[in-house]
Design a protein around this ligand. Sequence first.
Ligand SMILES: [Zn+2]
Length: 65
Amino acid sequence: MAKDRSFASKVAKSAHLSVRHCPVCGDVVSMIKQVESRQKEDTASWGFKEKFIPVCKCNEKEVLG
Ligand SMILES: [Zn+2]
């Protein structure tokens, strides 16, 4: 099972790299995808803008309601 183990450690490593901790509260920062719908000024058509916001204990109440 050497193959499986190396795969698992690879996944664990990349998952670890993507985890960030907030310097203020020390909590794990998760990226929340938020989609805004808005009207484009030039074409008067509706567009969607996706953005990722970092959420930790500092702002989870504002962001998640
Ligand atoms: Zn924080």
